[in-house]
Design a protein. Structure first.
Length: 471
């Protein structure tokens, strides 16, 4: 029997009323509009010019966060190239409803940072071991003792000692750079948290410029483009410091021996941004694609906040534009629309149309503004997917008579959720890459990791080729 999840209410409600659904949809459609983003940027730039201010970028550093260590390695080059005024804040880990799985998030920051670091020409020690608390404390004391210039000079080296567990090196750095008292450390982190909260965010490794947030090295390309458009790039003919990495096509040997598991949700903005691209990539590569749909997080009893939701939607819209994906005309499918679409999923699988069903639903909800809470909207999805609406109605009628927790689709989705957690992940979209023996070779979260999936596939195929030639 599938697990029952508790209604969270508020920003995390899984069953909004008709008016709330409509209002949320209108607000988020407006929030995602490219005109609104440009208007905010124009307003921020006008205010900067009026005040005669510098291009001020605020950076929020979380000492025990893997993504922050990668970002810290970029700061000197970023400040030097763009002539920005950099303000550094130290912050603690996100807490409360903004981070539903703090231990998984902390581990992911270590594992993922190690995976992506070489592709950005950065360093991060391999492994998923958390840094020793005393080293985190010592690193915090060193960094809190620094001015901005001192932070830029030593942050990467302090982080390297921290993540390598090098106590002797950390002590040498403390002797060289000095350390703040425990009271000063607590004061500076509290001040950083306050500033982050004032600016309506919650995470580490974040950059803030002109009323807009940029997360870690993955989103620096957005900031670089914006600064370049404002004429702040002092080396405009040089490539970006942290470019948007392309999804390279798989070349050479067939990837048919590999399996790509794709964990997706029908109410995930990031899933909507990448779904069709993932399917197209898998088909072009010849890899076996296995869809593993899961319930949206708030329908799994996971709490959420308004500030997190606003950031996710605006960031997803920005990523969609960069990828050339239609996005932003939104009609919220949370609750019954998602349940009813998932009730049709096993049937769609038997028809070989599960990919089409999910693709059409996501496009309707996130790009076409279709109200899938109405029969007319769901019928549009079903027929666009190449399925029969009359048969779908019969299935939906039977599903409505089945007690919650006893529906086949609920058990399928719950099984997928359990596999997701076993892989050390919890959000969507996520990917698991399996070799020909079903062994996991990669498990990553995020629509912005498809490039890593592609490169890992290419590496596995190269290794298979070498193994084949030596046998």
């Amino acid at each position: 029997m599938a697990q029952a999840f508790k209604e969270q209410g508020g920003a995390a409600t899984m069953d909004p009323g008709r008016l709330l659904r409509w209002l949320t949809s209108k607000v988020m459609t407006r929030v995602c509009a490219p005109q609104r983003l440009q208007a905010r940027r124009d307003k921020a730039e006008a205010a900067r010019q009026r005040d005669g201010a510098a291009h001020v970028v605020e950076y929020f550093h979380q000492v025990d966060d893997g993504y922050s260590h990668l970002a810290a390695q970029m700061l000197g080059a970023l400040a030097g190239r763009y002539g920005i005024e950099l303000v550094v804040h130290l912050v603690s880990a996100p807490s409360g409803d903004n981070v539903p799985e703090p231990e998984l998030l902390a581990r992911l920051s270590r594992v993922d940072a190690a995976l992506i670091a070489p592709h950005f020409n950065l360093r991060f020690p391999a492994g998923d071991t958390a840094p020793a608390p005393e080293l985190v404390e010592q690193a915090s004391a060193i960094l809190c003792a620094q001015s901005t210039s001192g932070f830029l000079a030593c942050a990467a080296e302090v982080g390297q000692a921290l993540w390598a567990g090098d106590r002797a090196r950390m002590q040498a750095l403390a002797t060289r750079w000095g350390s703040a008292s425990g009271d000063l450390v607590a004061e500076r982190i509290a001040a950083g948290n306050t500033r982050r909260r004032q600016l309506k965010h919650y995470s580490g490794a974040m950059f803030f410029y002109g009323d807009e947030w940029y997360w870690g090295v993955d989103r620096l390309y957005h900031l670089e483009r914006r600064l370049a458009e404002l004429g702040a790039d002092q080396l405009p003919t040089n490539p970006a410091l942290a470019p948007r990495l392309p999804v390279e096509p798989v070349q050479g040997a067939s990837a048919s021996s590999l399996t790509l598991e794709f964990f997706a949700s029908l109410r995930s903005p990031y899933t909507a941004v990448c779904f069709d691209r993932v399917v197209a990539f898998a088909r072009a590569a010849g890899i076996k694609l296995v869809l593993r749909p899961v319930l949206p997080m708030v329908m799994r009893g996971v709490p959420a906040t308004r500030e997190k939701g606003m950031y996710i939607f605006t960031d997803a819209a920005r990523e969609a534009r960069a990828a050339g994906v239609a996005f932003g005309n939104f009609y919220d499918p949370i609750g019954d629309p998602v349940r009813r679409a998932y009730a049709l999923y096993p049937w769609a699988c038997k028809q070989g149309r599960e990919v089409e069903l999910m693709s059409c639903f996501l496009r309707a909800a996130f790009a076409e503004g279709i109200n899938t809470n109405k029969d007319r909207g769901l019928r549009y999805v079903v027929e666009q997917a190449g399925l029969d609406w009359q048969q779908a109605q019969d299935i939906l009628t039977a599903d409505a008579r089945t007690p919650q927790g006893e529906r086949d689709w609920e058990n399928v989705l719950e099984g997928n959720r359990e596999v997701l957690y076993q892989a050390g992940l919890w959000g969507v979209p996520s990917f698991r890459l399996l070799d020909q023996n079903g062994r996991e070779q990669l498990a990553v979260w995020g629509q912005d990791r498809l490039w890593l999936v592609a490169r890992t596939i290419q590496q596995l195929l190269a290794e298979q080729h070498v193994a084949g030639t030596t046998e």
